[in-house]
Write a protein that binds this ligand. Structure first.
Ligand code: AKB
Length: 339
């Protein structure tokens, strides 16, 4: 195994936790972790270097670029959908300008090193926008090019930055006289809601599922902010980390596109409640819909068609709903709160 140097932005976030743990356990990669906040204690020893800094400040990124030769950038830092809706200008600054900065750093790195730099970018089902519940039910699984009319600031930011990544990979400074050697190999995954047993998301709209489960495990009543029939795709964190590392490792000539759907299971909120109650029978879970957040969820698809990911890089989730609860979520969450 060669020793690669990997930059992870938003390292302290949910995917950051899962990814750093995976890289430390399964590879010899040197992880340079960047986050606005100090990294959790548990992650420190797994990283080669940790940096506290803001991706909207180019000087922070430039000084990182001076210090390291990166093979891959996992750009995970973002404001999620609910938080973005409350602070749209901040969301734009972080989700769009921050990503632009990172893409510029990738170009700079490619130029300095004279080789291609991989840029791995988590996008989201929030890029989709179904007009109403009847259409949502009727269209079922949707492909990457369908229904890309997001209703949220976050969805718009993600859809635009996917395209920005495509531009940096294919057309960057296309009018320049000389062929430019620098190249960014941009690859993106549209993640569904992600449920981790070890961390809780903040500021997302799919948060109702992990919140339900984590509250139940702690014996706390949970008024769930959606209707019981709310249905969007989800996956558990080990599959999310598998997906992002599989995509990163895939040979480029096997990739037919730059942006891929990935799915695993798509239970209604009621089914998530029932699965939670099976493990924690005394949990108090009620449904008290917040109509505005509900509207956002109703505009997200029921399910995604991930056949391109299956074909191109052999994507298959390891966890369906049943296995996710019985073999990952319940044992790990129980251990987390009851040890
Ligand atoms: C959110 O709810 O904002 C995220 C997402 C679906 O991208 N979890």
């Amino acid at each position: 195994m060669s020793t690669r140097t990997i930059l992870i932005t938003g390292a302290n976030g949910e995917i950051g936790h899962g990814l750093i743990d995976y890289l430390a356990t399964h590879t010899r990669a040197r992880v340079v972790a960047l986050d606005l906040h100090p990294l959790d204690e548990s992650l420190y020893r797994m990283c080669y270097r940790t940096v506290i800094g803001d991706i909207t400040e180019m000087s922070v990124l430039e000084s990182l670029s001076t210090g390291f030769d990166f093979d891959t950038i996992f750009h995970l830092a973002a404001l999620l959908s609910t938080r973005s809706e409350r602070q749209p200008p901040l969301a734009h600054r972080v989700n769009v300008n921050g990503t632009l900065n990172l893409l510029e750093i990738a170009v700079l790195q490619a130029r300095l090193q004279g080789r291609e730099i991989k840029f791995i970018f988590p996008s989201s089902i929030a890029v989709y926008g179904l007009p109403d519940l009847a259409t949502k039910a009727q269209v079922g699984k949707i492909k990457e090019h369908e229904w890309c009319q997001p209703r949220t600031m976050y969805g718009i930011n993600k859809l635009y930055t996917e395209q920005l990544g495509g531009y940096y990979a294919r057309y960057y400074r296309q009018l320049d006289a000389d062929e430019r050697p620098e190249h960014v190999d941009f690859r993106s995954i549209r993640f569904p809601g992600i449920i981790s047993a070890h961390t809780l998301p903040t500021g997302g709209t799919s948060d109702f599922a992990p919140e339900m489960l984590h509250n139940a495990a702690q014996g706390k009543a949970y008024p769930c902010f959606v209707r019981e029939d709310t249905c969007i795709p989800f996956m558990v964190m080990p599959d999310a980390v598998r997906a992002i590392t599989l995509l990163e490792a895939a040979p480029r000539d096997k990739l037919s596109r730059q942006v891929y759907n990935v799915g695993a299971f798509n239970p209604s909120a009621e089914v998530i409640r029932a699965s939670t109650l099976k493990a924690f029978p005394r949990a108090e879970i009620s449904f008290v819909p917040d109509l505005k957040r509900q509207n956002i969820l109703d505009s997200w698809p029921l399910d995604v068609d991930d056949s391109a990911a299956q074909q191109d890089w052999n994507w298959h989730p390891e966890y369906d709903l049943e296995r996710a609860f019985s073999e990952y979520l319940i044992p790990a969450i129980t251990e987390r709160y009851h040890q």
